[in-house]
Design a protein around this ligand. Structure first.
Ligand SMILES: [Zn+2]
Length: 159
């Protein structure tokens, strides 16, 4: 399993976070939720994105796309603000032809929100973080209602 080192914003502890797994990653020292940001492609999307417990924000981007380079830091900021409530999965469309076809990607960036593999929201084009935040939060409200079995949602990070 691929892992990344994520520094806890609350206590500074360095944590090893797996690309996929049950639950939501938390800091080993202070138990704060950690941002979960993972790259995926055709071969590992199912494991990384569709088996995730928190809703997944998919960033379909391309290396040659200038607007993608503007929206990417905003998405990472959002994933950090909403740590525990979202997993950010970044897909380079040129390395993921099957996913591009499956999600009918006609422009990059295209952002998708998946709730256990099902697309619940979609946004094409780069938008400012204030718009992303509203779009994400209104989509997520619908998933919380649909998933009352998750006690972790009661103490999820909010701002
Ligand atoms: Zn910590």
């Amino acid at each position: 399993m691929r892992t990344t080192i994520v520094r806890c914003a609350t206590c500074g502890n360095r944590n090893r976070v797996p690309a996929a797994g049950p639950g939501r990653p938390r800091c080993g020292a202070c138990h704060s939720f950690l941002p979960w940001i993972v790259d995926a492609a055709d071969d590992d999307f199912r494991e990384v994105a569709e088996s995730a417990k928190p809703p997944v924000l998919v960033d379909m981007w391309a290396t040659w796309c200038a607007p993608c380079r503007m929206v990417s830091p905003a998405l990472e900021e959002l994933a950090t603000e909403r740590a525990g409530a979202v997993k950010l999965v970044k897909v380079d469309v040129d390395r993921a032809p099957k996913l591009s076809e499956r999600f009918d990607i006609r422009a990059v960036p295209t952002l998708l929100i998946l709730d256990r593999g099902e697309t619940i929201a979609r946004q094409a084009g780069a938008v400012p973080i204030s718009v992303l935040r509203r779009w994400f939060d209104s989509a997520i409200e619908r998933t919380t209602v649909a998933a009352p079995d998750e006690p972790a949602d009661a103490d999820r990070a909010s701002s």
